[in-house]
Ligand binder design. Structure first.
Ligand SMILES: CCCCCCCCCCCCC/C=C/C(=O)SCCNC(=O)CCNC(=O)[C@H](O)C(C)(C)COP(=O)(O)OP(=O)(O)OC[C@H]1O[C@@H](n2cnc3c(N)ncnc32)[C@H](O)[C@@H]1OP(=O)(O)O
Length: 719
């Protein structure tokens, strides 16, 4: 897995061979150990170059090996042997040098990178730290502040930034290996002492304590309970304050804690889950690898409200030409200005030219006649959307894919109103659409695999975590959110406060608890939906019967707040109060607390003490339970789909892996037992009734999450 050749007579060229990313598997490590030894013992070899095959240096340690007993030569002595070699070793970096890949390069005496290469120590995003000496060498090479930034965020830097920071010695636009070989020849015979990073002291840094205190505080705040970023700071502190050998010892100790942690398992699960959702499959048997997407060169967006504007920006930023349609002239002008502003800001951030010319604005739907794909983003009204779809069917060239950005309406119903239902899919974006990572691609029974493949590919092009899901009320994300929000309302009725519920959820790792989130997105959104469902009853009826609607427990608390004009941040009042409409800082509101007291008195409810554990169990297990229903119904193909949706679109803390992974970690039997417990206490709440899939999985011995797919198939075939 590492090939050895002698080139230019006296350069030993070592090529890592482990597709697709030349990860440092046991075989690759063994290959490096053997070939380095061979090069060093060959008297004809004056210097050595290490590169990777297929235009990528190395994607780091093999993450798949972390969950098994690791065999083969360990990384640290392997890198140390390279650093202490008596012949210069040059890393030729193309593509990526990440994690252990960059640590290997830092062990080399020189680093030459291609201008398109990207480098980084992303271990923190896998719940780890750069524990092959990276946390000790990088600060010695580029200084403590820059190393802290790279190691605690895991961000990848371009070759140009790497050169500026001093991580690489040279950047080339040409053949990197050839440049590295030439360079290796030029430095043969030079003293290597100054090039051995581990022997350097860290560059002097004034006020080291204050710097670490400040960074630690920042990291704690943004980590939301994740432990790896904190360990990363501690490791860099060891580099800055201890001799190398002791620093390495500290790096090892910190890694030992992280390596076996649940958080590392969760984060590594997320890494693979994000890739697994790209291998989508539909209940019909259609799959990602047998369905060819159509090429999309030109797209259109219909309706330029908040969502339509964001979608236009996201499409234009991928380099597509976009026709943006809005029938009202004033709104079209406003949208044009807003979209141009978003494109300019986005381009500035990425250091590229804004794609302003990529968008053509029109008031006339006829303008979309020759596009390959349309995304409709008009107001959430089935009659209006149906009309737009009928117009589009008449206007567009044959084969144009028609996508709806609905978050709640029935994609099948819309499809049935068009002559070609196989060309219709949902593309459920999240606001702001050009920023949020998540995209639910919603297929109905008649959507063609090609339509799904095209929408999935477009989502990927836009940089979205795209997940294919079946059509049902709320799709996956919002369907699971409903019981979560309802439980939070019930907890308020029983004695909790918005502050208590939010604190429990934020300590769990959500960026915002359910009530702060609801204030941000607007209480009127859910009110409108509940009204549409016939659940909202005006008046002051009291007692238990007033809180049973359509045969199940119902809390009118949200409706009552809306009746008071409290729509959240936008009105300056909601579950909290704000300094003025539009302000973001949520403050305790005495009005709300006396309102809750009066409400409980009116309904004969006696407030009891509710603790964080109950908040978490009732809100999260109700949500998870709905996830099991979704799997049982075949709406999501596997737990990874649900988890990616929750981590990338709903603020579920990544270091907890997603709701289904969390259930797996807690133990399915425990989740079942707690749901049964709460269901007995609240028999009128159907979403606490454990899903039959959860019961069946527990009965079949609670298989680990990677075996659920198999278990579900087996359980379904037994039905
Ligand atoms: C008891 C206590 C003991 C304690 C001590 C134990 C010590 C043991 C450890 C020693 C120290 C280790 C220190 C080093 C750690 C690391 O290096 S961790 C890994 C760090 N690297 C990364 O995080 C990079 C991850 N990969 C990427 O970011 C991207 O894949 C890429 C390299 C930028 C390429 O992107 P792209 O071209 O878009 O391809 P992808 O689709 O993402 O990937 C293609 C397939 O490759 C798989 N893959 C990628 N990287 C790895 C990897 N590092 N290991 C294994 N597999 C990898 C990826 O999953 C894709 O495959 P599929 O999932 O099958 O699609």
């Amino acid at each position: 897995m590492a090939e050895y050749n002698r080139v230019s007579e006296c350069v030993g060229l070592i090529t890592l061979r482990n597709p697709p990313v030349n990860a440092l598997s046991a075989a690759v490590r063994q290959g490096i150990v053997d070939t380095v030894q061979r090069a060093l013992s060959d008297p004809n070899v004056k210097s050595v170059v290490i590169c990777g095959q297929n235009g990528i240096f190395c994607g780091g340690a093999d993450i798949k090996e972390f969950r098994s007993n690791m065999t083969g030569p360990p990384l640290i002595p392997m890198i140390h042997a390279i650093e202490s070699a008596n012949k210069p070793v040059v890393a030729a970096i193309e593509g990526s040098a990440l994690g252990g890949g960059l640590e290997l390069a830092l062990g080399c005496h020189y680093r030459i990178a291609h201008s398109k290469a990207r480098l980084g120590l992303p271990e923190v995003s896998l719940g780890l730290l750069p524990a092959a000496g990276g946390s000790q060498r990088l600060p010695r090479l580029i200084g403590v502040p820059a190393a802290l930034n790279l190691i605690t965020t895991g961000r990848h830097v371009t070759a140009a930034e790497a050169l500026q920071l001093g991580i690489v010695d040279q950047v080339t636009d040409h053949n990197t290996v050839a440049a590295a070989v030439k360079f290796a020849l030029s430095v043969a015979g030079r003293s290597l002492d100054p090039r051995r990073i581990s022997t350097h002291p860290c560059p002097q840094q004034p006020d080291l304590d204050a710097l670490f205190e400040e960074v630690m505080q920042k990291v704690r705040q943004s980590a939301r309970g994740a432990i790896a970023p904190i360990a990363c700071v501690q490791a860099v502190r060891a580099a800055a304050t201890l001799p190398y050998a002791q620093g390495m010892e500290r790096e090892r100790e910190l890694m030992a804690t992280l390596f076996t942690s649940g958080q590392a398992r969760a984060l590594q699960y997320c890494f693979f889950a994000e890739r697994a959702v790209g291998r989508w499959r539909m209940p019909s048997g259609a799959r990602w690898d047998t369905s060819k997407p159509r090429p999309v060169h030109k797209a259109a967006v219909i309706g330029l409200g908040t969502m339509g504007r964001g979608i236009t920006v996201a499409l234009a930023q991928t380099g597509l030409s976009v026709i943006a349609v809005e029938t009202q002239e004033k709104q079209l002008m406003e949208a044009k200005q807003a979209i141009s502003g978003m494109l300019e800001r986005g381009a500035k951030g990425r250091g590229v030219a804004p794609a302003l010319d990529g968008v053509i604005y029109s008031q006339n739907i006829q303008a979309v006649a020759d596009v390959d794909l349309v995304i409709e983003a008009v107001f959430e009204d089935i009659a209006l959307k149906t009309k737009v779809f009928q117009q589009l069917s008449a206007v567009c060239k044959p084969g144009t894919l028609l996508c709806t950005n609905t978050s709640a309406l029935d994609v099948d119903q819309l499809a049935s109103e068009t002559p070609n239902p196989e060309l219709v899919v949902g593309m459920h974006f999240f606001a702001p659409a050009h920023v949020m990572k998540l995209l639910e691609v919603v297929y109905g029974p008649r959507s063609s695999p090609q339509a799904v493949a095209t929408a999935m590919q477009l989502g990927k092009k836009m940089g979205k975590a795209s997940v294919a899901v079946g059509n049902c009320r709320g799709f996956v994300g919002n369907r699971m959110l409903k019981p979560y929000i309802e439980e939070a309302f019930f907890l308020l009725e029983e004695g909790a406060t918005p502050e208590l519920v939010d604190q429990a959820l934020e300590e769990f790792g959500f960026p915002m608890g359910v009530f702060r989130m609801s204030d941000l997105s607007g209480l009127d959104v859910g009110w409108r939906v509940r009204k549409g469902d016939g659940l909202v009853e005006p008046g002051t009826a009291s007692g238990r019967s007033a809180r049973i609607r359509q045969g199940r427990r119902y809390s009118p608390l949200g409706d009552l707040l809306c009746e008071e004009g409290r729509f959240g941040q936008k009105t300056g009042r909601g579950w909290y109060q704000y300094d003025k409409p539009g302000s973001r800082v949520a403050r305790f509101d005495p009005w709300l607390h006396s309102f809750l007291g009066a409400y409980r008195a009116q309904h004969g409810l006696v407030a009891r003490r509710i603790d964080h554990q109950e908040v978490l169990e009732r809100c999260l297990y109700a949500l998870i339970n709905e996830g099991f229903h979704i799997l049982d119904d075949g709406i999501a193909a596997g737990p990874e789909d649900i988890d990616v949706i929750y981590v990338s679109g709903y603020g579920w803390p990544r270091h907890r892996g997603g709701p289904m992974f969390y259930a797996n970690m807690v133990g399915l039997a425990k989740v079942l037992e707690r749901l049964e417990h709460y269901q007995q206490l609240h028999p009128e709440v159907p979403h606490l009734q454990p899903s039959s899939l959860l019961r069946r999985l527990v009965a079949s011995g609670s298989p680990p999450i990677h075996k659920w797919g198999e278990a579900i198939k087996k359980l379904h075939s037994q039905l």
